[in-house]
Design a binder for this molecule. Sequence first.
Ligand SMILES: NC(=O)C1=CN([C@@H]2O[C@H](COP(=O)(O)OP(=O)(O)OC[C@H]3O[C@@H](n4cnc5c(N)ncnc54)[C@H](OP(=O)(O)O)[C@@H]3O)[C@@H](O)[C@H]2O)C=CC1
Ligand SMILES: O=C(O)C1=N[C@H](C(=O)O)C[C@H](O)C1
Length: 268
Amino acid sequence: MIKAIVAGAAGRMGGRIINIINDTEGIELGAAFEHPESQDVGKDAGVVAGIGEIGVRIEDSLEKVIEKGDVIIDFTFHEASLNHVKIAAHNKKPMVLGTTGFSKEELDEIHGLAKENFPLVQAYNMSTGINLLYKLVELTAKVLGEGYDIEIIEAHHRMKKDAPSGTAIKLLDVASKAMGWDTEECARFCREGIIGERPSKQIGVQTIRGGDIVGEHTVLFAGIGERIELTHRASSRDTFAKGAVRAAMWIVGKEPGIYDMHDVLGLK
Ligand SMILES: NC(=O)C1=CN([C@@H]2O[C@H](COP(=O)(O)OP(=O)(O)OC[C@H]3O[C@@H](n4cnc5c(N)ncnc54)[C@H](OP(=O)(O)O)[C@@H]3O)[C@@H](O)[C@H]2O)C=CC1
Ligand SMILES: O=C(O)C1=N[C@H](C(=O)O)C[C@H](O)C1
């Protein structure tokens, strides 16, 4: 039986992950934690997640619970996750990291630590559908080529802290690489004023925030006389939580290094 440690246990994703662990054979909740100021510290993790008492108390740090699990699942905040990665590296503990909003420096540090010390599944989107979308975007960009303008549109709930979404950044990476373009040079994150004609070697990334939108991503290929729109809509966080739990069961026992959902889903 694999025991999971859930970071951010009282968060939107933390709660759904605890629900999915509870419904999945072969994995159980070993521990759960929040930050020390959280009003949920000391409460039963199952009660907070809406499944009733499970006898696992929400603790106030990863250090306190690191020995209680075989794998850490972290969907929190970039600064917190970086700290959790350092603890995982020190303890050689496998980790599934879903947090978004990292700076380039933070990402470099995370990847450096994982390469040497522990196996890490890192993915900005753990749904099966989005990981298929990456493949479809790569194929579409390669087939259509430069005559089609590429725009990425992402929409999320009003509580989301980072923009653009991690998934939009990954879609930009996939599309730019498929076109053979430098990702940073071709990215255009917002437009305003007299912007002039659109250059063809450009990928626009547009952000929408509102209400309770779970997560929507469209990659638009606009040509002359036709356009193709590839859209993924998540209507439940369980699609991400199921991916995270699957990744947690997969990563235990792997060699140190960086893995993604294509590894987990066997899409490589
Ligand atoms: N990869 C994927 O498939 C997905 C990724 N995400 C990403 O996951 C992250 C979390 O999203 P979401 O669940 O909606 O956000 P929430 O804010 O609902 O949850 C994050 C939780 O982590 C807690 N937290 C903050 N700091 C710490 C810390 N130091 N130690 C322990 N817990 C901490 C927060 O507490 P408090 O609220 O008190 O600050 C909160 O309860 C985001 O970066 C989001 O983009 C989301 C969905 C899918
Ligand atoms: O914050 C969210 O909610 C989500 N974040 C991820 C991202 O930034 O790509 C994935 C998903 O769309 C939900």
